[in-house]
Design a protein around this ligand. Structure first.
Ligand code: ATP
Ligand code: MG
Length: 393
């Protein structure tokens, strides 16, 4: 057909192609899908209930796929965007119109549930960093959600979660194994290397590339500085660690993601400074307490029996303390949660909130600081004065 000046023939051609399954630009998803192709899609339950492949999708990267896409891996989840790879393409058989079989790679929709608040720009940055496979360092005051966020990230991405507290690390090798003394059957003492959860996770991830593991190094700046050097080659392009069990190095496969958390600041005793070279191996994410309305929303959802007006007063008192320049202290969200939990307990829920809230603030807020709430020469007393001012008690 000759092409007309106004391109009518071209439009018709495009329409025809779209009807066959191509997109509005005339591109067909068909030609591009071959074994090994990777794309994003959303699965739903396969209506063929007896199928060994219980998850079914119809689109690949927003284009209609030439055949239905089927998957057996429950990690794809129903209604969740995920990345998959074509493992085989089945030709039509007598009663089957053929299908594309895929393997699960990762969850794409990085959506943290509403139970955690993350500053929106930070959330986007976090998502991009995670997709790029970069190491992340969460830095924030106590009780600002670092640990809980790391767990939510693992959930959102469908990763296995390995929690590792670095404060028990003394030697560089302790990240992978610890030397322990135990008694043999004959009662003799023997020393043995016990693999840590990190080593077990690394070995599992190496054995099975389908496994995706997030290793969370909590309290990263509470281990000896020299010991921390031991993990540095795992965090840069070397991606290797010395394994004391074998005396050789273990590879860190690409299906392993690292997130570390620190409390940074002079007020945190027991921490060691993370040197610039160590810091440089991470993309830093600065965390802070949720804004007032978000903290109230989260606490109200977790403590439905507590009056919203009481929760508002608790959060206002906390923010008064957190923002007071003279005090220069942090107050964890654990403290606001603690007051809410106590208020919801029958021992306090009977009391008039006007009495119970200030009483609980004295014990749960002020008691986190040295001194007494009724002694204005102490930190606890100064905190109480700020609360009195903030709530006009
Ligand atoms: N942004 C947030 N969204 C929802 N909950 C939060 C948030 N920040 C803190 N919390 C709540 O506060 C409590 C403490 O959080 P978490 O243990 O994650 O703090 P952290 O930053 O790891 O503290 P630390 O530095 O002391 O280890 C948890 O119950 C958590 O649910
Ligand atoms: Mg923590």
């Amino acid at each position: 057909m000759a092409k007309t000046k106004d391109g009518t023939a071209g439009k018709k051609k495009r329409k025809k192609k779209a009807a066959k399954g191509g997109d509005k630009n005339g591109k067909s998803g068909d030609a591009k899908l071959k074994v090994g192709s990777e794309f994003e899609t959303v699965f739903f339950a396969n209506p063929k209930v007896d199928s060994p492949l219980p998850f079914r999708a119809t689109h690949a990267d927003e284009r209609r796929a030439p055949k239905v896409i089927l998957c057996a891996d429950s990690r794809v989840g129903i209604g969740q965007r995920c990345k998959v790879r074509v493992s085989s393409i089945k030709k039509p058989a007598s009663r089957d119109r053929g299908h594309i079989e895929v393997e699960f790679l990762s969850r794409v929709t990085f959506r943290l549930d509403d139970s955690i608040w993350v500053e929106p720009t930070l959330g986007k940055k976090l998502h991009a960093l995670l997709e790029s496979g970069m190491n992340i360092l969460l830095d924030g005051p106590q009780g600002s959600g670092k640990t809980v966020l790391s767990r939510k990230i693992a959930e959102a991405l469908g990763f296995e979660y390995v929690f590792f507290n670095c404060s028990s690390i003394f030697e560089a090798t302790d990240f992978l194994a610890t030397l322990q003394i135990r008694a043999t059957d004959s009662g003799q003492a023997e020393t043995v290397w016990i693999p840590t959860d990190i080593l077990r996770a690394l070995e599992g991830a190496l054995r099975d590339p389908e496994r995706r593991v997030l290793i969370f190094l909590d309290e990263f700046n509470r281990c000896r500085e020299m010991a921390r050097n031991g993990i540095m080659p795992a965090l840069d392009s070397t991606r290797k660690l010395y394994n004391p069990l074998t005396g050789s190095t273990v590879d860190i496969p690409d299906n392993v993601l690292w997130i570390a958390a620190i409390n940074n600041g002079a007020q945190f005793t027991g921490t060691t400074s993370v040197d610039p070279a160590q810091l440089d191996r991470f993309a830093p994410i600065k965390m802070d307490y949720p804004p007032r309305d978000e903290e109230i929303r989260i606490l109200a959802e977790r403590n439905p029996s507590v009056a919203r007006s009481s929760i508002e007063r608790i959060v206002d008192a906390a923010n008064g303390v957190r923002k007071d320049e003279g005090l220069g202290v942090d107050l964890s969200m654990r403290a606001t949660e603690e007051v809410c939990i106590l208020l919801g307990h029958p021992n306090f829920s009977e009391l008039d909130a006007a009495v119970a809230v200030p009483e609980l603030l004295q014990t749960s807020f002020c008691a986190r600081f040295p001194g007494r709430w009724d002694d204005a020469s102490t930190d606890a007393g100064l905190v109480w004065q700020v609360i009195v001012r903030t709530l006009a008690l």
